[in-house]
Design a protein around this ligand. Structure first.
Ligand code: A3P
Length: 896
């Protein structure tokens, strides 16, 4: 019996959401506390992704049956059937965004393989939940009657076999009910046993085997990527293979191999060799669960694609990859390479021959050449003839512009110089009849593409009408599997992959690790896996890789032949802009960029203009919401001699509204220009305030990406009052809906009301659902948030400003009683100016308007009750102070 995975904790909810109400509101709270807890739980379930550590409230949930007649996906043995049914009765559902649950082994020695499994799944963009055996609890498997996992993977079969009974029945029950399969690998043999029965299954494992000549059973239904009719001849890597034996009809071999000693023993001529099953498929006839068991890990390259095939098959096709792969080979630095390693005439001829060969295997294949005209004819005599040959056959290739003089865009002092250089390169192309019409360009060393140098984008557009480029740098070079694309200023930026060839690898002897390492990468290793994992691969190579030992030709010829020999992958090449369009067709969610902090990545800093500096970015962001006193806080903060706000925007005044709206598309350079100052700004504490951030669905993620260490301030007032203030604000701004409808009419308007009323209603009501919005911020900044009570800011700004200064750690601290005083005419605190005069906020802040109608008060009290309860629990859970207005509000009986 294993220890380790313990049953799901029944007290989890109570542990997480402990409630400690102050005595004065305890009575009121006691009635509502249960509702509060469950509603907060629901809130968190709604907001967080299903695999982020949720727990089941009870074991029973695993066996919940979903009663539905809606769309469903069912799994039928040996093939996938995706059925839509209107009248199915009881069916079992797997959540749309289902994931793989991986139980990794706790043993340090096996950690590496556990990571390899997770990386393989992640590289294929499957959602993954990893649980470490012996230290972590089994997660919640079902939510709302839907199964959360499409496959369960055990890094070590013995973990599964030895699970505690309760966990085993939980997993098996889940697999049976939701038709989910299990993949398991045999781990290293740690004992002296050579044979063992696999738990209570009619199956025996023979261990510590050394094997050769692996063949695949083409009868198996599991194969998808893997081509079956091949034998992997020769000795299989590793000396600790496990093979499987059984007489039960539930088992079918997927892969088989001979023992290494077999040929010596097979003395009888023509006797059939004994084949041992190395990968086995349990068809589910024994206990209703399909399984694939591997007798070794990924040391054998073939297991990688067999694993992906198994995941696809056993997840009923939910965790599946398409067989089509788009591949584009860029050959950059054309003419740039130094004399001695450039292409000669004969190399150009070889390239053309190889291009024809590859085009037969990969429809549409062409080499895509990037040129810098300035370096034309700068090689040896022979190489100069090579340059001429390239031009002679220019129409046989695709061409794209590199920078004329190979200068990195971030080093240009002006965009006019950049444009001038681009035009020179264009002129060179025209003079030499180079057909550059593909709308694609690449910048030297990724400079200017990401982090963005706006001048590069605008110059590319104006000179070349560029539509697409590629980079390895977004969001970061490593891990390469997480590279992504984005669209900025009409240019599609797509991720580029690494093929292992660089400007310094021109001879086999120069290749790090030698030719055998390159071959390993191609024959099932890193390069092969890149193509398997990535639907669209753009590989960067260089002119010099096609001279010298022609490693470029060697690599792609070998790679493409290997892929075609062993897989059903269909390789295709599209022109670069079409490739980019295809990318966003496959990954439409990636279009919007997420600007990250260039100073968090040393490579990004190297390709960022020296004129830019992270010390210009704000350290504090006041996020709103609107109508809670944000302008007052902004002006009070600005009084401090060492605190500096952003410059005002022409359109949105003191608020830049960068993270919450269309300004985000202007990019980081745009944002940074509002924070001027020298490179060394250390004596200035910079902040930004935009009240639209608080309830924006994107702002928290975006702020965290760019300013991960920033402090955040949110101001909360009674949401009903906030809502009414917004209505009054819109009335002053002559909003038609506000002028023509009473506040009560607006907030109670039904779904059949006009657009303008519904839109006003939304802005009145939505921001006040504080818990929903605040939770997004707390997820990213759990320890960097200050919540200000808006009423306290209004009535006692001096003590609020002390709190704020302590929170941001500014020195020296101002005593605001010397700077603020109550102005009885305005009815608010105002700034004390010289000669004792007051400077109050403008007319639009702190206006006088009639009190809210009682029925509106009553309506809103009820409307916000749940949200306020959630807010109370949320603040308590994060150890944040609960504002007085909230305490009072919740102490009132629910019916207003
Ligand atoms: P009203 O104008 O409805 O009274 P914001 O700046 O976020 O838009 O918030 C405006 C609200 O700030 C005002 O709403 C007012 O109640 C509040 N406020 C708090 N302190 C203030 C101050 N010193 N001067 C003016 N308004 C203040």
């Amino acid at each position: 019996m294993s220890k380790g995975i313990s049953p799901i904790c029944h007290s989890y909810t109570m542990r997480l959401f402990r409630v400690t109400a102050p005595p004065r509101i305890r009575t009121g709270l006691i009635i509502t506390v249960v509702v509060s807890l469950s509603s907060l739980w629901l809130l968190m379930q709604q907001i967080s992704s299903p695999t982020e550590g949720e727990k089941s409230p009870s074991h029973d949930s695993v066996v919940i049956k979903a009663h539905t007649s809606a769309k469903e996906t069912t799994f039928s043995q040996n093939r996938y059937t995706h059925q839509t049914s209107q009248d199915q009765g009881d069916v079992y559902l797997i959540a749309e965004e289902s994931a793989a649950l991986v139980i990794v082994h706790g043993d340090e020695k096996q950690k590496d393989f556990g990571n390899q499994i997770l990386v393989a799944l992640d590289a294929n963009r499957f959602k993954v939940k990893a649980v470490k055996f012996e230290t972590q609890e089994l997660p919640f498997l079902v939510k709302g009657g839907e199964g959360l996992y499409s496959i369960i993977i055990f890094q070590n079969l013995l973990t599964y076999i030895n699970l505690r009974e309760v966990d085993r029945s939980l997993i098996d029950g889940y697999c049976q009910r939701y038709k989910v399969g299990i993949v398991a690998f045999t781990g290293p043999s740690l004992d002296n046993e050579y044979s063992m029965k696999v738990g209570n299954f009619p199956l025996v494992m023979d261990k510590k085997m050394t094997l050769k000549d692996l063949s695949l059973n083409s009868e198996s239904p599991v194969f998808h990527i893997t081509k079956t009719k091949r034998t992997l001849s020769g000795i299989l890597p590793g000396e600790d293979w496990t093979v499987f034996r059984s007489n039960h009809s539930t088992y079918q071999s997927i892969a088989l191999a001979k023992t290494r000693t077999q040929d010596m023993l097979n003395l009888v001529p023509d006797s059939k060799p004994i084949l041992h099953t190395t990968v086995i498929h349990d068809l589910g006839h024994y206990d209703g669960i399909q399984r694939v068991l591997f007798g070794s890990d990924f040391t054998l390259w073939l297991h990688y694609i067999l694993f992906l095939d198994s995941v696809r098959f056993l997840s009923g096709g939910r965790l599946s990859v398409d067989l089509k792969r788009y591949i584009l080979v860029d050959v950059d630095d054309i003419f740039v390479g130094s004399a001695g390693i450039r292409m000669k005439r004969i190399d150009v001829e070889a390239m053309l021959v190889e291009q024809d060969i590859l085009a037969k295997l990969v429809p549409g294949f062409r080499f895509n050449l990037g040129f810098s005209g300035k370096f034309f004819q700068r090689g040896t005599d022979e190489e100069n003839l090579g340059d001429e040959r390239l031009l002679k056959h220019a129409d046989k290739f695709w061409w794209f512009p590199h920078m004329w003089n190979h200068m990195q865009p971030h080093k240009y002092n002006s965009s006019s110089k950049m444009i001038q250089d681009m035009k020179k390169n264009k002129q060179f192309a025209q003079d030499n009849w180079i057909p550059v019409h593909k709308g694609y360009a690449v910048a030297p060393h990724h400079s200017g593409v990401y982090p963005v140098q706006e001048e590069l984008y605008s110059s590319w557009k104006s000179v070349w009408q560029i539509e697409a480029t590629s980079t390895e740098e977004y969001p970061h070079l490593r891990p390469s599997r997480n590279r992504r694309g984005f669209i900025h200023k009409g240019i599609m930026v797509i991720p580029r992959q690494t093929c292992g060839l660089f400007t310094h690898t021109n001879f086999f002897r120069e290749y790090p690790g030698g030719r055998s390492r390159l071959d390993k990468s191609i024959n099932g290793g890193e390069l092969f896996r890149t193509v398997i994992n990535t639907p669209i691969s753009i590989f960067m190579t260089h002119l010099s890789n096609y001279g010298s030992d022609r490693l470029g030709l060697y690599t792609f010829d070998a790679l493409i032949h290997f892929i075609q020999a062993w897989t059903n992958i269909q390789l295709v090449t599209l022109p670069p802009v079409e490739t980019a369009k295809k990318y966003f067709e496959i990954f439409p969610k990636e279009k919007d960029p997420l600007w990250r902090n260039p100073c968090e990545d040393s490579r990004h800093l190297e390709i960022w203009s020296s004129k830019k500096s992270c010390s210009k970015l704000p350290q504090l962001v006041v996020v709103g919401p609107q109508k809670t006193g944000t302008t007052a806080l902004y002006s009070f903060l600005s009084l401090h001699p060492y605190i500096r706000s952003n410059l005002p925007s022409e359109k949105t005044f003191e608020e830049l509204q960068f993270f919450s709206g269309p300004n985000y598309n202007n990019g980081l350079d745009w944002y940074m220009k509002y924070f001027p100052g020298g490179k060394n700004n250390s004596d200035q504490y910079r902040f930004e305030k935009s009240a639209t951030y608080f309830d924006s669905p994107y702002a928290a993620t975006r702020v965290h990406a760019l300013l991960p260490t920033a402090k955040i301030i949110a101001i909360l007032t009674n949401p009903a009052n906030r809502s009414y203030s917004w209505y009054q604000h819109m009335k002053v701004h002559e909003d038609k809906a506000a002028l023509n409808h009473s506040f009560y009419e607006v907030i109670t308007a039904g779904s059949d009301s006009g657009r303008s009323v519904k839109s006003l209603q939304k802005r009145c009501l939505e921001p006040g659902k504080y818990a929903t919005h605040l939770y997004r911020w707390l997820k990213y900044f759990p320890k960097q948030i200050l919540i200000i009570d808006g009423n306290q800011l209004r009535d006692d700004p001096v003590s609020v400003m002390s709190k704020v200064q302590r929170f941001i750690g500014i020195q020296p601290r101002l005593d605001y009683k010397h700077f603020l005083r109550y102005d009885s005419r305005k009815g608010f605190f105002c700034i004390i100016k010289r000669k004792g005069k007051s400077e109050c906020l403008g007319k639009s802040k702190g206006r006088i308007y009639p009190p809210m109608e009682p029925r509106a008060v009553e309506y809103l009290n009820l409307y916000y009750r749940q949200h306020n309860l959630q807010l109370h629990s949320l603040l308590e859970n994060y150890g944040l102070t609960v504002p007085d207005w909230l305490v009072k509000d919740l102490a009132r009986p629910p019916q207003g």
